[in-house]
Design a protein around this ligand. Structure first.
Ligand SMILES: O=C(O)c1ccc(O)c(O)c1
Ligand SMILES: [Mg+2]
Length: 628
């Protein structure tokens, strides 16, 4: 698969953009005229810079308002085109993108446009150049690739071809099958972009909200499969106009772009069975079977406090690491590790972030296949020295400097507990009462808002998991956007919260850190009232919920007063969706804003978003109480 990206997709000045594009592994780059105009070097300098990075120029664009001009303006458009041809020859690219005319002067008529393109083709061929025609979704007369194709067909010139751009076709819901009847040699280049499904003006949507394939809601994979079915083997070129990306990190946006193309290519290769993409087969998306453990880094004092909190939650200190200052707590299938080593990555994470849940271990069928897929998709492998008898658990870097371990049951990784740990001497007098917490229901990760697409793409390209629509969570100090990545079994459920300012609870959590990690862990119980009773007897202090909340839920859901009393007594929040009910209670915050949650899910599919505002207000009140 030949990959390319338009300079307009990336932030920074032209040299920074090119460096980021090359580092991400692209083959080509579309030079956007404005990026070239803003750079004070000659076209030849730009061409050299591109080639010094090992890149090719896939095209030069855009050339606007060309076809169908009235006779009084026609000559002028050819003069303008000749000037662009001069630049292209100096740059060292042979393809110009002409987008459909949006001028109020433009006259319609397919044959008029075809005649203009025929003449442009003659002029281009004299210089060994080619011209591709793209239908903008808001073009005055031509806004559908089927009409643009008809013009190209009638122009009947070998140097004139079609440019397809997934945004323009998919935003207008143009039938994808229509692509399959276009001859491959007439497809000069294919541009790809996704976008969130928002009902808005097409031009505004296109210029501000495009995103990488897989980050949005458009059927880009189906579109690409239709292109591949024609036999097309040219560039797939990202052209992403996005306000956030323009302000983001050039390197990480370029890396996301490359990842999105590898992921897309893999899906299309599987769907079409086509060899033209020339992609090395990689393992399919990885199914997550469960969470093997969550690991905290802490100092000795925090480790004691966290251990005490876990004990009130009904966890037992079950094992100690054979050679390290690492303790394992367990309840049901849930394992929580506390690492207080004075060296190694846990210690680095502690120094950067304080006490934090810095590592997550996922159970998969085959850890080496999972690793192979992750690496093919540009994930960064993490390795550190281990003791001679210790297991080396494969890991990649996740959100905000956190680690994602991959554990399977087929290799000896599944026995990490027996191999790396020895059972702790249990003091039966002091054992907590188990609270019936069986598994991890979900993990909440907090990221700066502008990094949400990056991590959504990371999770959904590597793992077999889907994202749900974004919801807004109102914090008393701002809005936090939340999106869930989950698989169908529920073994992987991550709620990702994007914080835009540091006044929100999520934003405050981030502001304290150089990176970000897990802000809360929700444990699943099958009987939250029984769990609450056990927590009480263990001395657990749940987060106090405002009494006003209970009057409201009782009225809102028509609850029996006796039931509401039980909720109130244990500070349990309640929600209901079309599938069932959800009951949740929280701890107060620990360390830099971390907390635990206990949930009972009665066929309910959501995450209690409607309750988040009450929980956040209660957490903030509790934090103020601690501070005063
Ligand atoms: O928004 C635009 O004007 C514009 C220009 C060139 C393109 O290739 C495109 O898809 C959109
Ligand atoms: Mg385009």
């Amino acid at each position: 698969m030949r990959t390319s990206i338009a300079t307009v997709s990336i932030s920074g000045e032209l040299p920074d953009k090119l460096a980021a594009i090359a580092a991400a592994g692209f083959d080509g780059v579309e030079i956007f005229e404005n990026d070239f105009l803003a750079f004070d070097g000659s076209p030849a300098d730009v061409g050299r810079m591109v080639r010094d990075h090992g890149l090719d120029i896939s095209l030069f664009q855009p050339f606007r308002d060309f076809e169908g001009m009235p006779p009084s303006h026609r000559q002028r458009t050819f003069d303008r085109a000749e000037r662009k041809f001069d630049i292209m020859q100096e740059l060292g690219t042979d393809l110009l993108l002409v987008c459909s005319n949006v001028s109020t002067l433009a006259l319609g008529g397919i044959d008029r446009a075809a005649d203009d393109f025929h003449e442009l083709g003659e002029r281009a061929s004299r210089r060994g150049l080619r011209v591709g025609y793209e239908a903008l979704a808001w073009g005055k007369h031509i806004n559908d690739h089927r009409d643009a194709w008809e013009i190209v067909r009638r122009a009947n010139h070998p140097n004139i071809g079609l440019v397809l751009d997934s945004f323009h076709s998919l935003s207008r819901r143009i039938e994808i099958n229509s692509i399959r009847s276009i001859p491959r040699e007439k497809l000069f280049i294919v541009q790809l972009a996704d976008a969130p499904q928002i009902d808005m003006d097409l031009l505004y949507w296109s210029r501000h909200f495009r995103n990488m394939p897989g980050e949005g809601d458009l059927p880009v994979a189906e579109f690409t499969a239709a292109v591949v079915d024609t036999g097309y083997d040219g560039y797939f070129s990202l052209e992403i106009f996005n306000d956030q990306f323009r302000g983001g990190s050039a390197r990480s946006i370029a890396a996301d772009g490359h990842r999105s193309l590898i992921y897309l290519g893999d899906r299309v290769r599987r769907a079409t069975g086509s060899e033209t993409l020339q992609l090395e087969p990689i393992p399919d998306r990885i199914e997550v079977k469960g969470v093997a453990f969550v690991e905290f880094s802490a100092d000795a004092a925090d480790a004691l406090n966290l251990g005490a909190l876990l004990t009130t939650l009904g966890f037992t200190r079950i094992a100690e690491h054979r050679s390290k200052q690492v303790t394992l707590y367990q309840q049901g299938e849930i394992r929580i590790i506390i690492n207080t080593e004075g060296s190694g990555y846990a210690h680095t994470a502690f120094k950067l972030q304080g006490t934090s849940a810095y590592a997550l271990a996922l159970v998969v069928d085959d850890a080496s296949a999972a690793m192979a897929r992750a690496l093919a998709l540009g994930a960064e492998q993490f390795q550190q020295a281990v003791a001679p008898d210790e297991l080396e658990i494969p890991a990649i870097r996740g959100i905000g400097g956190s680690l994602l371990y991959l554990v399977d049951g087929t290799s000896k990784l599944g026995r990490f507990q027996q191999i790396d740990f020895e059972p702790a001497g249990l003091d039966f007098e002091e054992l907590p009462r188990p609270a019936g917490l069986n598994s991890i229901d979900h993990l909440a990760q907090t990221v700066p808002y502008d990094q949400m697409p990056t991590w959504l793409l990371f999770y959904s390209s590597i793992f077999l998991a889907d994202k749900t629509p974004m919801v807004d969570i109102v914090d008393p100090s701002g809005v936090v956007r939340s999106q869930v990545i989950e698989n169908s079994s529920g073994a992987l459920r991550i709620t990702m919260n994007g914080a835009e300012n540091s006044a929100t609870l999520a934003g405050h959590f981030l502001a304290d850190k150089l990176g970000s990690a897990i802000q809360h862990i929700a444990f699943a119980t099958s009987d939250i009232f029984a769990s609450a009773a056990a927590l009480d007897s263990n001395g657990f202090r749940s987060l106090q919920i405002s009494p006003n909340y209970y009057d409201d839920v009782e009225a809102r859901f028509g609850l029996e007063p006796e039931f509401t009393d039980r909720l109130r007594k244990h500070n349990i929040l309640y929600d209901r969706d079309e599938w069932g009910e959800y009951l949740q209670l929280y701890s107060t915050t620990f360390g830099q804003g971390f907390f635990f949650e206990v949930v009972e899910r009665r066929s309910y599919r959501g995450y209690g978003a409607a309750n988040a505002i009450f929980r956040i207000a209660a957490l903030k009140k509790a934090i103020r109480g601690l501070a005063s």
